[in-house]
Structure formats: C-alpha cells, structure tokens
Write a new protein. Structure first.
Length: 434
C-alpha cells in the first residue's frame, strides 16, 4: 500500500510543504525577536498573532467554496506563490531599512488570508490521496512537519543571523517557497465532485453548506466547540506570551528562547513520528480529549512554576509531544465522516469556528500580561504575596501566573467534553462517508 502512486504524491506534497514551513518558521523567529527588541512589550508579539488569524476567520467561508470548486493543487500552488511574494516584500523593506512594526502586522494579515485557502485545500487533498486507514498516519506526518519546523527554525535562524542578518533569513524563506511550488508542479491531485451537485447552487448557498452540515451533526459541532475553547486558552499563553515570558525572565536571552522553541518542535516531531507509526488510539476521541488534558496539565503547569531553561524545556516536551496525537486523531475523525467533495466547505467552516476566539486570546493575553498581571507580580505588587511562592516575583512572573490559569482551565474543559454524549460517541453515532 505504501507504494501506491497517490501516497507517493502525498509524500511529495508533504515534503514541499515541510521545507516551506521551515522557512516560514525561521522568518517568524527572526522577526519576532526583532519586533520585541523594538518595543520590549508582550503586546507587540501578541498583536502579530492577532493579525495572523482575523483574516483567516473572515475568509474561511469564502475559501471553502472555492476549495470545493477548483483544483486543490492549484489553490495550494498560488497561495504558496503569494506567501513567497509577501516575504520578498518584507525582504526589500528590511534591506532598505524601512521595515516597521505595522509592516509585520500587514504581512501576517495577508498571509492569513492565503492560509484560509491553503489549509483546507491541503487537508482535502490529503483525504483523496490517502486510504482511510492511513488518515491518522498522514496527519501524524503533517504534524511532524509543523513541529519539525520549530526544531530547525531557531537553529538555522541562529546560524544565519550572525552571518547574513535578518535579510538573509528572509531570502532563505523565499527560496523555501519556491521548493513548495516546484513539488506542486510535479504532481496531480484527483478531482472530486459531490453527488447531486452537477448544478451548483448560488455562491452564498454553497457557503451555508458547511454551517448546515455541522448543525445537523452535533458530534462534529461539539469537536469544533472543544477546539474553539482550547485554542483560546492556548492563544492566551503559548502563542501570545510564551516568547515574551522567556525573554523577560532571562534578560532577553535569545538562546534560551531558541532552546525552548526548539524543544517544543523536537517533542512535536517525536509525537508526529509516534502518530505516523502507531496511528493513534483505536477510538480517536480519546486521542483528542485525553491528550489535550495531559498537554495542558503537564506543559502549562511546568511553564508556570519554572524559572529556568531546564524546566521550560521539560515543560515544552511535556506539552508538545501530545499535539500530533491531538491533531492527528481529530483530523482522522473529520476525514472519515465528511465526504471529500464537501471537505473544502466543511473544513473551512470548522477552521473559522475553532479559531474564532484565537485572535482575541492573543490580544487579551498581551494586555492582561502587560497591564494587569506583570505589574501585580512585581516585588510589592498586589498579587505577589499570594502567588509569589508558586511562580516567583519580578519580570515574567505575571505571565507565569497566566500559565497556572490555562493549566487548570484547559485540563478541566477537555475532560468535561466527555460528558457530552454526541462528542463522546461521535465515531460510532456518525457513519463514515462512502
């Protein structure tokens, strides 16, 4: 089965996307440090995430229709080209010494709009290229590529920046986009069409398909709402303030940040390899809910109480090793239950809903850290006597306290979804597509 031509096509596409993700992660690592150095505020970093997700949410319903109408390979091809052009524009701005923070926000927003098309196209293409028994393993490989980029990006960026500066990292990123484009030019993805859609309804009617599909299937809707909540907690801490917390508690040590982010990626690669080889638990819902609870309980709590690189690296490993199991198990459920011809619209609707609170988590996380909890956890601050023994006091302690909150809430909310029968039994109550 592994010699199947369609599986080989999937692997070719996967390789190109992996290379591209490494380049993108290198750029984001370099520009994140550059942005934080300009202002020294967690809110600056958080706003990068805010602008990276709002356009994704807004464009997802439209993108889903086009993903189901058009060649999914071509959609991926043009979105990769567009992302490469955006990076090239940043390269010109940096090289001419005119790059400003707002340029980064604009670039993140434009890239997010392209991602709204690229991600559901990639997911739907994977469904038609892989047999059902390989869905979880294929998703494990996709997660491994995502997390592998975290391992390689800080290391490669750290090597390049002293030699060629941030502009060199941006140039390397443009080259990786070209690799992704080349791999997509070499392959073909089978076209699919839903039964009964010889005559498509109007565009707005097609946009409603994803919403109607989830409304009629409470189990899938529950999985979407689960991730909506969990992503909000993750945005508050991991995405909004983790880099700022590490830099604040180490006096701006970029090596420390690189080690932590590298550990997140390394653990994710291990989890991805495990998922690719194992395929996840027989009942994939356990891979979603239990693994999510463990990731928050172990990872966030250690990030909260840790005040040094060693504990943070352990926390990163404890949190990230579960991510490919969560994502792979979840995506396998969706790929099995949703017919390929509908996946663009349904996956886009799911993506829009599960990320709906993500940008607000970014924004709220930065504001909560800078204006409330960081001042409150300084020596003599209002909360320092109460929580100082747990997370310490001084720069970064307020952000550590935020991790205490997400460790508690993330664990409890994940386990609470077992109380919803439609979610708990989603694999048995919903039939697979034929």
């Amino acid at each position: 089965m592994m010699n199947s031509p369609t599986i080989r096509t999937f692997l070719i596409i996967w390789f190109g996307q992996f290379v591209s993700r490494v380049g993108t992660a290198m750029t984001r690592f370099a520009l994140l440090i550059w942005a934080y150095q300009q202002t020294g505020a967690a809110t600056t970093v958080a706003l990068l995430g805010f602008f990276a997700f709002v356009p994704y949410i807004l464009f997802s319903p439209i993108a889903g229709v086009w993903v189901d109408r058009l060649d999914r390979r071509l959609i991926m091809l043009f979105t990769d080209l567009g992302a490469g052009l955006i990076t090239a524009a940043l390269l010109v701005l940096y090289f001419t010494d005119t790059l400003a923070i707002w340029h980064l926000y604009a670039a993140e927003a434009l890239t997010a709009a392209l991602d709204a098309f690229q991600e559901p196209a990639y997911g739907a293409a994977s469904t038609v290229l892989l047999p059902k028994e390989f869905y979880a393993r294929g998703n494990g490989l996709r997660s491994m590529a995502q997390e592998g980029a975290r391992v390689l990006a800080p290391f490669l960026a750290g090597l390049l920046i002293p030699w060629v500066g941030v502009s060199g990292v941006l140039f390397a990123d443009v080259a990786t986009f070209l690799v992704a484009v080349l791999t997509l030019l070499l392959v073909r993805v089978p076209a699919v069409r839903a039964e009964g859609e010889a005559e498509r309804p109007d565009f707005w009617g097609e946009m409603r398909v994803g919403f109607d599909y989830l409304r009629q299937r409470p189990g899938l809707l529950g999985l979407t709402l689960h991730f909506t909540i969990i992503n909000f907690f993750a945005a508050l801490t991991y995405f909004a303030i983790l880099p700022a917390m590490v830099l604040a508690r180490t006096g701006g040590d970029e090596v420390a940040l690189g080690l932590v982010q590298g550990a997140l990626g390394a653990a994710g690669v291990i989890g991805g390899l495990l998922m690719a080889a194992w395929g996840g638990p027989r009942r994939k819902i356990h891979g979603v809910l239990i693994a999510t609870a463990l990731s928050f309980l172990l990872g966030d709590f250690l990030f909260a109480v840790g005040q040094g690189v060693l504990v943070w690296v352990i926390a990163a490993c404890a949190a990230a090793v579960f991510i490919p199991i969560i994502v792979g198990s979840r995506q396998a459920i969706w790929q099995s239950k949703v017919a390929p011809a509908l996946q663009g619209r349904v996956f886009s609707t799911d993506g829009m809903m599960r990320l709906a609170l993500f940008p607000f988590g970014y924004l709220f996380g930065g504001i909560l850290a800078d204006r409330v909890l960081e001042p409150a956890m300084l020596p003599g601050g209002a909360l320092a006597p109460l929580f100082g023994g747990l997370v310490g006091v001084g720069p970064g302690a307020g952000m550590g306290l935020m991790f205490v909150g997400t460790a508690t809430l993330g664990t409890l909310f994940s386990l609470a979804f077992y109380l919803i029968p439609a979610v708990r039994n989603v694999e048995t109550e919903l039939t697979d597509f034929q």
